[in-house]
Design a protein around this ligand. Structure first.
Ligand code: GUN
Ligand code: FE
Length: 417
């Protein structure tokens, strides 16, 4: 048992941010045991780590990020999706056939993710199985909670970044066999999106999902172009999400749909039926997509939401900045498309980036009893003119925080980074 003394902030629900000032959080075997205003008698002998004025918050969850696109952060952000992919992103991803390059990029990506306070992530690799294997192995070694995928693409892709359906399924099966026994970083099926996947490929992946009990991550109704292209490729499906349902990809594990900006009623119904997550990637939305998720409406419909950095559609690895951007975008959505769209409170965006997104990985993303102590200590945010409550410190961190404001990081109770 160990005790940490400081201020503690975490999400309880969309509307409730719990705040404990000058308190003690008890951690046993890496898991939160309780929070106390004074040290209770039963814990009198436990060692205390004093974090002073620091605010202890849960580590963040990034539900959609492309590790291989790490070298492209903040570049060519004046293009839209199709051109951005074909002119820049696909040529970069082709370089992951080279393991020396892949190792260097993935090591840097993982270090930077931890630096930004993210300890749980749903990650895309590239089509290259060996490189994706390195990525998942490194994340597992570090004890990071992750779903990691070898990407599948077998049609409408440039020759230098395209597989046959047969090779793609076979390589994916090898990937699943190698890493299915992982403890924290687990494999997930990762068809890139409907425009670059054939029906043969998707049904092959659906069979693997059932055989190995793994879920799926993909880009779902992310742009009007993508949604139209998906329907053109799969004329017997009434919407993008149905393509994955028909392929048998939604019944075997977590379902992670990135963006979900232009869903039809059917998309919402199907995603809900399989308890899928819709992932808002606020920066990518304003960089390469130009559409805004209906966050308030989707959450009212019972869809689980998470936040993603979508590196390199988004430029910033910090989920804390996606939290503030999510609030900002919800206001634009309400103003320009009133009706069911409403601005969301800060508490809801923080919930998406911590507890709700974290629920994908198990008991992570909150500091309630029973949750893993995967946590950050933030400070240095108050100026000379104001005193901030712990909750205000967290809100300010999400608007103008930098990695330097994260003073310490704990993973399963152990200090890291
Ligand atoms: N859709 C298909 N591929 C991608 C990608 O790499 N990034 C984003 N944002 N959308 C995609
Ligand atoms: Fe993406």
């Amino acid at each position: 048992m160990q005790l940490f003394h400081g201020n503690i902030v975490y999400s309880v629900s969309e509307r409730e941010l719990a705040e404990h000032t000058d308190s003690y959080i008890a951690v046993e075997n890496g898991t939160v045991e309780g929070i106390y205003p004074v040290i209770p008698e039963k814990l009198g002998g436990a060692p205390v780590t004093d974090l002073g004025d620091g605010v202890i918050i849960p580590a963040f969850s990034d539900l959609h990020v492309h590790a291989p696109q790490y070298p492209q952060r903040g570049l060519v952000m004046d293009e839209l999706l199709y051109d951005w992919l074909h002119k820049y992103t696909f040529p970069l991803e082709a370089r992951f056939a080279d393991m020396e390059f892949a190792r260097a990029v993935y090591d840097a990506f993982i270090d930077d993710m931890i630096l930004h306070g993210t300890m749980h992530a749903a990650v895309f690799g590239t089509i290259h199985r060996e490189a994706a294997g390195y990525l998942i192995s490194r994340m597992e070694e570090k004890g990071l909670y992750a779903y990691v995928g070898k990407v599948n693409m077998d049609t409408d892709s440039p020759e230098y970044l395209c597989e046959t359906a047969e090779d793609s399924v076979r390589e994916t099966e090898v990937f699943l066999e190698q890493y299915s026994a992982n403890r924290t970083a687990k494999p997930v099926l990762t068809p890139r999106f409907a425009p670059t996947c054939s029906g043969e490929l998707l049904s092959g992946l659906g069979k693997l999902g059932a055989k190995y009990g793994v879920g799926v991550q993909t880009h779902l109704v992310e742009s009007l172009w993508e949604a139209a292209e998906a329907k053109k490729h799969f004329p017997d499906c009434s919407c993008d999400t149905e393509i994955y349902e028909k392929a048998g990809l939604l019944d075997n594990g977590p379902v992670i749909g990135a963006h979900f900006i232009f869903p039809e009623e059917e998309d919402i119904r199907i995603l809900k039926k399989y308890n899928g997550y819709a992932v808002q990637c606020p920066d990518a939305t304003v960089n390469v997509i130009a559409g805004i998720m209906r966050t308030a409406a989707l959450s009212e419909r019972g869809i689980s939401l998470g936040l993603g950095s979508d590196i390199a559609g988004g430029a910033n690895l910090g989920i804390y900045s996606q939290i503030s951007r999510s609030v900002q975008l919800s206001k634009l959505k309400e103003f320009y498309e009133p009706g069911e769209n409403r601005a969301i409170p800060f508490s809801q965006a923080f919930y998406m980036g911590t507890k709700q997104g974290g629920s994908l990985f198990g008991r992570v993303g909150s500091l309630e009893p029973g949750y893993l102590f995967n946590a950050l200590v933030i400070d240095g945010l108050a100026g000379p003119f104001e005193k901030l409550t712990p909750g205000q410190t967290v809100e300010r961190f999400c608007y103008l925080g930098e990695t330097g404001h994260i003073r310490a990081r704990f993973l399963a109770g152990k200090k890291i980074g």
